[in-house]
Design a binder for this molecule. Structure first.
Ligand SMILES: Nc1ncnc2c1ncn2[C@@H]1O[C@H](COP(=O)(O)OP(=O)(O)O)[C@@H](O)[C@H]1O
Ligand SMILES: [Mg+2]
Length: 301
């Protein structure tokens, strides 16, 4: 089967600086694929190369088996892009933003109107159709951005941080809409800083840092492989525990006031019985544990 996205040894340089350093990935039809990484990891740079906004420094990018550098015009009509920043026209109404965008794809007027109606309904924007973009809340603007990116009925939808800064209601609504889209067969490629979102939506994901691949797999497999069965937070840990962890090479991180341990069930039980004199919290590990474990806890910007 032809991959929807096939990137090989992608590189992006800005002058002397290499922002994307040899990333290869493949996304199959109908998948939801997540690209994760700290600020500045290179996510947006990859996405911009994917939709033809920014030339590849080297490597290859095929969408639907066609080369982005040669067949851009054909590819363009099959993809939708929701960029990280708000690129709506602030002076136009909600419905006019959709209409103008349909014009870029030369969609016949009647078809464009019908499609706009569908999207206004799907994203619960009908009541706001006459509102100017300037008047929209962040959640509404983002919904309109995603709606607009679907005007040409794309087979691949590319979303760069679609839910950053949204309130929980807006975020969950968008999750439901993205899931519904995936059910209709649309392939999704998204970046996000919300690990819960990636766990919920993505079939597979890649974590990158400093432009390089760290890991790629399903959320569940990543959790199992990198953090194990249990995440244990131990406050006021003593020297005996530290020695036990070091000696048995158990995955852990020492922080100011506490120790985080990632362990298999048997080790978790041992810790529960021998080292939990003070406060211990046991919980199922999450993708956030994997992310922090692999990319560290230092601030990036
Ligand atoms: N147009 C540009 N010129 C120079 N440096 C850039 C440009 N765009 C991004 N960068 C740098 O490339 C790195 C990756 O940026 P970006 O792809 O936006 O990361 P992310 O989306 O993961 O936060 C960052 O260090 C950023 O400052
Ligand atoms: Mg970005």
């Amino acid at each position: 089967m032809t991959a929807v996205v096939e990137a090989t040894d992608l590189k992006k340089r800005y002058g002397e600086f290499t922002a994307v350093d040899g990333v290869s990935l493949r996304v199959d039809a109908g998948e939801c694929y997540g690209l994760l990484g700290p600020n500045g990891a290179g996510k947006t740079s990859i996405i911009r190369m994917m939709y033809g906004f920014s030339p590849l420094s080297s490597g290859k990018m095929l969408l639907f088996g066609q080369d982005i550098e040669k067949d851009w015009r054909v590819i363009r009509s099959r993809i939708g892009v929701c960029q990280q920043d708000n690129t709506l026209d602030p002076d136009l109404s909600v419905e006019d933003n959709l209409a103008v965008f349909a014009g870029y794809y030369s969609i016949p007027a009647a078809r464009a109107r019908a499609r706009a109606e569908e999207l206004l309904g799907f994203f619960a924007l009908e009541k706001k159709r006459k509102a100017k973009v300037m008047e929209l809340s962040g959640g509404l603007a983002k919904r309109l951005m995603v709606a607009r990116s679907l005007i040409n009925e794309p087979e691949l939808l590319i979303l760069d941080e679609p839910t950053t800064g949204l309130d929980p209601q807006s975020r969950h609504l968008l999750w439901e809409k993205l899931r519904a889209l995936q059910k209709t067969g649309v392939t999704l490629f998204l970046t996000t800083h919300y690990m819960e979102e990636a766990s919920y939506l993505c079939n597979r994901l890649m974590i990158i840092d400093y432009g390089k691949i760290l890991v790629e797999d399903s959320p569940q497999s990543l959790i199992k492989r990198h953090v194990g069965d249990s995440a244990i937070e131990i406050e006021g840990a003593d020297e005996a525990l530290r020695q036990y962890l070091e000696k048995n090479r158990i995955n852990h991180e020492v922080m100011d006031q506490r120790i985080m341990v990632y362990a298999e069930n048997s080790v978790a039980e041992h810790i529960r019985h021998h080292f939990c004199m003070q406060r211990c919290t046991f919980r199922p590990p999450t993708l956030e544990d994997v992310f922090l474990h692999l990319t560290g806890r230092e601030l990036r910007e």
